[in-house]
Write a protein that binds this ligand. Structure first.
Ligand SMILES: Cc1cc2nc3c(=O)[nH]c(=O)nc-3n(C[C@H](O)[C@H](O)[C@H](O)COP(=O)(O)O)c2cc1C
Length: 216
């Protein structure tokens, strides 16, 4: 049985990022029972970023999975053993959330060799990086997964990217001080794109499952 792990790096359980990841999961499960899909919500876990303990680099006992123990430990062990990985985050101030970044430090530092600067994960796997944001394709400030994307590509393989632009930040704009946004423009964009974005996420899930099912 193949396993896909979805890491939700957003705080809201039912909004844009969670919806995109749910659609991915539905697509991945639509292929049949060959693939197990597991979603982890980082905001439900109590964990720290890399503690610089260097336990992953001790001579003779180097490890490409983080040795520091907290509530992220089972997640990192699960990813080491997984066959596919999906990371999802809203864009905050141009970057992924702090929780996602903190998680990525713990995931990626053990991959990096300070002997020869190579990047080695326990195994390669298909990866999808999902972002949701206020920005549009024509104007946005997203650095996405930034330098972490380079580490992911080196260690796991070239990731696919899926972006939902110009999302609804609240359900009812009239209740909030959000005059910088035109709700009408948001609604028009959403009516044209949101279902399509969810469908793209579904299709990415189906494709990853199909790829894993055929590479048994
Ligand atoms: C703290 C904070 C910072 C944000 N910064 C940005 C930003 O820099 N660029 C952007 O396009 N959207 C920004 N947004 C909007 C969110 O990325 C967008 O609403 C996203 O779809 C929210 O995801 P969610 O619905 O899963 O929570 C920000 C939202 C918050 C709460």
């Amino acid at each position: 049985m193949k396993k896909i792990i979805i890491i939700d790096g957003g705080p809201r359980k039912t909004f844009n990022t969670a919806s995109m990841l749910k659609s991915f999961a539905d697509g991945a499960k639509s292929v049949g029972s060959e693939v197990e899909v597991k979603t982890v919500r980082l905001y439900d876990l109590d964990y720290k970023g890399c503690m610089s303990c260097m336990a992953c680099k001790v001579k003779g006992r180097a490890s490409n999975v983080c040795k520091f123990r907290d509530e992220l430990t089972p997640v990192l062990e699960d990813i080491a053993d997984a066959d596919g990985l999906v990371l999802g985050s809203p864009i905050y101030f141009g970057d992924v959330t702090g929780q996602m970044r903190t998680f990525l430090e713990r995931l990626a530092f053990p991959w990096l060799s300070y002997n020869d600067y190579s990047l080695t994960a326990p195994k390669k796997m298909p990866v999808l990086l999902v972002e949701t944001m206020n920005g549009t394709p024509e104007g946005n400030n997203s650095q996405g997964y930034g330098s972490m994307e380079f580490c992911i590509e080196g260690a796991l393989g070239k990731p696919r990217r899926l972006i939902a632009y110009n999302t609804y930040q609240v359900k009812d704009y009239s209740r909030f001080e959000l005059a910088g946004f035109s709700e009408e423009a948001k609604r028009n964009y959403r009516d044209e794109h949101w279902e399509e974005d969810l469908k793209k996420a579904f299709d990415c899930g189906r494709q990853m499952s199909e790829e894993l099912s055929t590479n048994k």
